[in-house]
Write a protein that binds this ligand. Structure first.
Ligand code: AMP
Ligand code: MG
Length: 336
């Protein structure tokens, strides 16, 4: 299959919409990362997403809609109020898990009786939802297990020839996937940290639990609330080690090894190995935005067989960056 590059946003939204309506898969920009979109109500179209990504069938997809009103037919009657209560973050980089309506095909939810709903803020994603008039299932547009794509080039690196088209919306502003919050239990539970932070959610909702898998590996046989937690994730081909400590200690560790560094701006003066700087140590927004580009760029460079990643603090958006790096490193963490 030839993958169309759709770079003229003013005319190509309609082209992308007609491909989606015809049951094809199109990669689309969102404010978090690029998504691999298909009609969420068309099982055959959704199956193409799983095939293109090589995604395990029990890892459910996020369904994108324009408004809580458009989410209503997809969720159990009466639960839409839970969504509107989060209006401070909607539209935006927040995914909410709610009990699902039977009309949503079970392939979308990986066989669960819940559904992940997101209302994106990105103007291109919104224009496309408006033009298609259908809910769009869209996981991140990477091959399963790889770092998520934050620009069209990343999408093509993974998906060229596997999907009908990619719609170019430039670079993603956030850079890490949406915050995933389950509202199915008594207390809201954070399943995946993102740009809508735990601190922000607690301000609005009061108590919010953090799923154990956010910061630690699953124990053998442990039940998971979010199937995506089970898989190695966000990982380049090169081995990644995560290091926590000050700039000089980080550089000293790197300089005695055959490695490349994913580093903070403050580290660069001490480093004598190839590096990709993903922001200053306190700038979690920059770290989130550049994280996956950094992992992909270092991976492609092939300069060394190891990526040493300098870990951010686990506050604000830093928690999301730390969570992705932990998984990219297969939980290999060194305290300096
Ligand atoms: P992705 O779309 O690639 O960013 O991945 C979506 C994430 O949301 C994965 O970690 C899924 O496991 C999670 N997810 C999607 N639907 C559900 C659901 N119904 N319950 C729990 N987690 C979900
Ligand atoms: Mg993903």
């Amino acid at each position: 299959m030839q993958t169309l590059r759709l770079s003229n946003i003013s005319t190509d939204i309609r082209r992308a919409a007609s491909l989606l309506r015809a049951g094809e898969v199109v990669a689309i920009p969102t404010e978090t990362v690029y998504g691999l979109a298909a009609n969420a109500l068309d099982e055959v179209a959704v199956a193409k997403i799983f095939a293109a990504k090589g995604r395990p069938a029990d890892n459910p997809l996020i369904v994108h809609v324009l408004s809580p009103e458009d989410a209503t037919p997809l969720i159990r009657p009466g639960v839409v109020d839970k969504l509107t209560a989060l209006s401070a973050f909607i539209p935006g980089p927040l995914t909410v898990i709610l009990p699902k309506d039977n009309k949503v095909p079970s392939i979308v939810s990986g066989g669960l009786d819940t559904i992940a709903i997101r209302i994106p803020a990105h103007s291109v994603a919104r224009a496309l939802l408006h033009e298609t008039g259908i809910p769009l299932a869209a996981p991140s547009a990477n091959r399963s297990g790889s770092p998520s794509p934050t620009c069209m080039r990343h999408v093509l690196d993974d998906m060229d020839g596997r999907i009908a088209a990619v719609l170019d919306g430039g670079e993603c502003a956030v850079g890490v996937e949406s915050t995933v919050l389950s509202l199915c239990g008594e207390v809201p539970e954070l399943l995946r940290p993102g740009a809508v932070t735990l601190e922000q959610l607690r301000e609005v909702l009061g108590e919010v639990h953090v799923a154990q898998a956010v910061l630690s590996p699953l124990r053998e046989g442990q039940a998971v609330t979010s199937p995506g937690m089970k898989y190695k994730h966000y990982a380049p081909k090169t081995r990644v080690v995560l290091l926590r400590g000050g700039s000089e200690a980080f550089a000293a560790w790197c300089n005695t090894r055959d490695c490349m560094a994913l580093c903070f701006a403050e580290d660069a003066q001490y480093l004598r190995v190839p590096c990709f700087c993903y922001g200053s140590s306190g700038d979690y927004d920059s770290q989130a935005r550049l994280l996956f580009d950094g992992l992909r760029t270092l991976d492609e460079s092939g300069f060394a067989p190891l990526i040493a990643a300098h870990a951010p603090d686990v506050i604000g958006v830093g928690l999301a960056v730390y969570n992705r790096l932990l998984r990219a490193a297969g939980f290999e963490l060194v305290e300096l």
